[in-house]
Write a protein that binds this ligand. Sequence first.
Ligand code: NAD
Length: 263
Amino acid sequence: MKIALVGYGKMGHMLEQSALAFGHSVVSTIDVFVPDAKVKISAGDSKALADAVVSSGADGIIEFTHPSSVLENIKALLPLKIPMVVGTTGWNDKKEEVASLAAKCGGTIMTSANFSIGVNILYKIVEDAARLANKFSEYDAAIWEMHHNQKADSPSGTALEIANHLLSEFKRKNSIVTNEFKEKPLPNQLHVSSTRCGTVPGTHKVFFDCEADTIEIAHTARSRKGFANGAVHALENLSSMLKEGKLKSGALYGMNDIFPELF
Ligand SMILES: NC(=O)c1ccc[n+]([C@@H]2O[C@H](COP(=O)([O-])OP(=O)(O)OC[C@H]3O[C@@H](n4cnc5c(N)ncnc54)[C@H](O)[C@@H]3O)[C@@H](O)[C@H]2O)c1
């Protein structure tokens, strides 16, 4: 494929390596800041962004920028109707808006808060563990995540996704609390806490705790490679599934649509 990378930061550079390793070409790297990007645009300049992608001749787009930019970028790029994978996190509450925009303009977008196959396996393990712990009323549950100190959003989109998988099976809890507690937590509250430190690419832990013991389920990313490989594979699958008519254009898709073997 001919891939345009929107956002050429830590993930953008890793995505370029993955794309090349899988036999694709990277026809443009577009950023608002980094000196080695092929195209430099001003933040919020939707026309410059769309022009840069169109003139690159890309047949696929991967967007990893910043939570404050992602929505504007999606709005600028969706009407181009080039299959687009978005890895930027922090816009969960805008998914419905994006899905209806996609339906209106006919553009196709796929997103995941975490493209690592291991994390998507973790979601399943957490659901199974929550279903079992749910049967034993003594168990409490909590989630903790740690990322590098440059991450803009907290908690991570992945921690929230893990929380939703846990809540789907752990019936004693139905409310996520991400801020500090001023008083002791209520039994229905699931605490999702975050630490920001150094260069950690992403660690997530799920705890089931009672007086007798603690069950810990952990996922530790060793580098950003797993995310980048997953995002490139997602774009490959999205593009081929559209061509084969397995997916319709004009929609917002997730991992379950693109990697059915995981679900
Ligand atoms: N979904 C996943 O699997 C996954 C994995 C890792 C990171 N992320 C997310 O991806 C995003 C980027 O992560 P990163 O580590 O590469 O961050 P980064 O800060 O290293 O890079 C982001 C780049 O985007 C650029 N940028 C900002 N606004 C832009 C705009 N409007 N147009 C073009 N470029 C713009 C910045 O200048 C920067 O170079 C974050 O939201 C992060 O949480 C997601």
